[in-house]
Write a protein that binds this ligand. Structure first.
Ligand code: SF4
Length: 551
């Protein structure tokens, strides 16, 4: 008699695009397909000559027993599960039924578990990227698992800040479990925590809803819904649910220039949150607590950081009952990342006040950095979980705030310390309308208040020089490098009321048509004409050997 075989096949969410090639092969190699009726219907289009045995929802044990029986009779049998057969599917039950019969791999029928895409993965792909960090799945079905145990797992996962995918959240009879789960989660997570509800992922009646922990029960949740609860750092962006992996702790995601060089990134001091760094803090605290507070009733064995923190809080507040809530607050803290921005006293103003300098010291602190730039700005890099407070303090101190990176920066002269004021309103208007605009590459608009052009506007990407009541316009300077050259004088005597529109039109064209990373002078050279201004080669006419450093 030919030897039988058991395939335990997870066929993924249900569309043929998301079933693995091995799963299709296993189904087509089988003589017999055994499964829940709804699942069999989903894969029927892949079947050829196979006999199908489909049964109802609570018939898993009889399906497993029948599959084993038929395999032992020499048939190739596929037992099917949606998603992954090893995640709330049939794989475990198949092994349990075999073990009851004394099965061993050496002597019993061959078994192959064919993995599939589980709902946590398929639903996550429709929501954006919500399970980028530690996550867990919890089934709210208490038909086979005591509710006390499920509630304990929800509580632990909520406390530990896992992203949680809830399977089997509600059915016709089981309606209280999701309500109770929300109540537990709200003890530990903000009501605004992002939640994704995905029903019938990759099937005909697919629906995706983005909501929050407090609002989620106002939407339809049923047996075909997977509920994905974000962790304390998950956020919504443009109808996507995203959980950061933590790159923002070390890297500046909007800039090519990183504050930490590659050789610094794995150093202990660059990872103050790591176990190694925390251990040295633990040791320091243990020593200090034991030396300075011998009356604290610490257990004899090694004390964890959390225990010590709770002890310390109880001493401060004298209210041990509140300690749980304080620990919870810690879990909900926002993640600290490096916040970068540039500040200056104003477009024309170059003088810092005492209040501005003390505000800088306050917001930058000991861990941040300040870097003065040729654009008359100070670039701040501040580790913080609260950028809004930082910007509000800087604005209150009278700073002009600008983003950094590939943005438009306005760089003006000081208009002879405010004596030659005619062009200042135009400089301020350009800053107000175009300053900080995101562009294919960084771009500086230089504005000088007289023909002396002593702040070198002609060496900026766009140079504007006020002269005899009108503006001269220079385009396409190459501001740095050994082949640096000034901008090409493209127009003289532009009436003041036209200058802002002309500059705006140039910027809009460059933003729309330049390649990523293409500086304005390169774009001008490539297209030969911007807004009617014809290109002339301003580069030095002598041959310059390429420099090893890149220019
Ligand atoms: S460019 Fe003219 S107005 Fe501006 S600081 Fe120099 S001399 Fe004064």
């Amino acid at each position: 008699m030919e030897k039988g075989k058991l395939y335990v096949v997870g066929f993924g969410p249900g569309s043929f695009d998301h079933i693995t090639a091995r799963a299709v092969e296993a189904l087509q190699e089988s003589d017999l397909i055994i499964g829940y009726k709804t699942y069999v219907d989903l894969i029927r289009g892949l079947l050829t000559k196979q006999t199908v045995v489909s049964t109802g929802m609570t018939e898993e044990v009889s399906r497993a027993q029948e599959a084993v029986k038929q395999a032992e009779l020499g048939k190739k049998v596929a037992v099917i599960s949606s998603g992954d057969s090893g995640v709330y599917g049939m794989a475990g039950l198949m092994y349990e039924v075999l073990i009851e019969k004394g099965w061993t791999e050496a002597t019993g029928v061959e078994i192959e578990v064919v993995p599939g895409i589980s709902a946590i993965n398929s639903c996550a792909s429709l929501l954006g990227a919500p399970i980028m960090h530690d996550s867990c799945t919890i089934s709210l079905s208490d038909h086979l698992t005591p509710w006390d145990l499920i509630a304990k797992r929800v509580e632990a996962a909520a406390q530990a800040d896992f992203v949680i995918a809830l399977y089997n959240p509600r059915s016709g009879r089981r309606t209280r479990q999701i309500v109770e789960t929300q109540r537990i989660l709200l003890k530990y997570r903000s009501p605004d925590t992002p939640v994704g509800l995905v029903k019938s992922a990759y099937r005909d009646r697919q629906s995706v809803i983005m909501t929050t922990l407090s609002e989620m029960l106002n939407h339809e949740i049923g047996m075909l819904t997977t509920v994905v609860i974000g962790n304390s750092s998950t956020f919504f962006y443009d109808n996507k649910m995203i959980t950061p992996r933590g790159y923002q702790r070390k890297y500046t995601l909007g800039s090519e220039k990183q504050p930490l060089k590659p050789h610094q990134r794995l150093r202990k001091e660059a990872e103050p949150w790591s176990l190694e760094s925390m251990s040295s803090i633990d040791e320091q605290i243990t020593t200090e607590v034991v030396e300075k507070a011998p009356t604290i009733d610490l257990p004899f064995q090694k004390v964890s950081s959390l225990d010590m923190a709770l002890q310390a809080l109880s001493m401060i507040d004298g209210d041990e009952e509140e300690l749980g809530e304080k620990a919870i607050t810690y879990v909900q803290q926002k993640i600290e990342s490096i916040f970068e921005l540039a500040v200056s006293p104003g477009v024309a103003n170059k003088q810092f006040t005492t209040k501005q300098m003390t505000t800088l010291v306050e917001v930058v602190g000991e861990k941040g950095t300040m870097e003065y730039t040729p654009n008359h700005q100070i670039v701040l890099r501040i580790p913080t979980s609260d950028p809004e407070t930082v910007t509000s303090k800087l604005s209150n101190a009278g700073f002009l705030l600008s983003p950094i990176g590939d943005v438009l920066t306005v760089k003006a002269c000081d208009f002879c310390d405010g004596e030659k004021t005619d062009a200042i309103p135009y400089a301020e208007e350009i800053q107000r309308t175009l300053g900080g605009l995101s562009l294919p590459k960084e771009l500086t608009v230089g504005i000088n208040g007289c023909g002396m052009a002593c702040y070198k506007a002609v060496m900026d990407d766009i140079g504007i020089v006020f002269r005899k009541g009108k503006f001269d316009l220079f385009l396409g300077a190459k501001p740095v490098g050994r082949t640096a050259h000034p901008g090409q004088p493209v127009a003289e005597g532009i009436p003041p009321e036209q200058i802002i529109d002309k500059v705006t039109a140039i910027i809009e064209e460059y933003k729309e048509k330049a390649h990523p990373n293409e500086r304005l002078f390169k774009y001008f050279k490539r297209v030969k004409e911007i807004q009617g201004y014809k290109y002339q080669d301003m580069a030095p006419k002598i041959e310059i050997e390429p420099a090893p450093c890149g220019d």
